[in-house]
Design a protein around this ligand. Sequence first.
Ligand SMILES: [Zn+2]
Length: 281
Amino acid sequence: MLVSLKEVLSLAEKGGFCVPAFNVYNMETAMGVLAAAEAERAPIIMQIYPRLMKEEAGYFLAPVVVAAAKKATVPVCFHLDHGPSELETTRSLRWGATGIMLDGSTLPFEENIALTKRVAETCAYVGVQVEGELGHVGTTKDTEMDPFTTPEDAKRFVEETGVACLAVAVGTAHGRYDKPPKLDIQRIKDIREATGGAALVLHGGSGVPDEEIRAAVKAGIRKMNFATDICYAFLDCCREQLNSPDCPVAVDNFMKKPINAVRDFCITRIRLVGADGKADQ
Ligand SMILES: [Zn+2]
């Protein structure tokens, strides 16, 4: 069933686990993600980039995600990932998103608060909640990391913006890591405490060692994003098939294995963050 961001987050809070947020790029990745969620009876978030919410792609992909979520026998939130401005956040509401991220992390602190608050208010008119970002989570290609989120700033940000969850900078980055990242677990705990138990979000979950992920969930991460590893699961399988002598030519038949590769990867993450079996609680 299609549910709001608040609904999946409150399940996670109640059950002390983390909702995995999987980025989808086309119908096939959405099919793989949904198959994993249903196989594991896990509440999940399916999210897409703003570029895929633009007219030419959103017109096709957004209805696919909405249909998948509505058909699902587990709770699925349809979320915009990294919305940069009100243009993208508003457009995503029109496409039926039930969760919105406004990423103002590169703005000065006060501007980030003001914009996030405004978007949270607009989304609230249609019963949709917002994820904010404080402390910029960069990419694995950056030469150095931005300063980590402080508990004091996080407290003010959460109080003043009214976000449902907050993405924090605690040692992860977007992309493929050269060497495994070391997360600042104590900082996650401190931010949780300072914000009175706000739901925290970890971006750049691909490639983070399992034990770090478990510790992060224990410390209060309630949403964790996986994008890069979904792409690799899908593309590695496509490459392998293309190199095999019995490669199917009909595209739908070709896609069967990559869909299953996405499903198998997502199952490992669902179990790792403790979301398996939590759809029915
Ligand atoms: Zn991200």
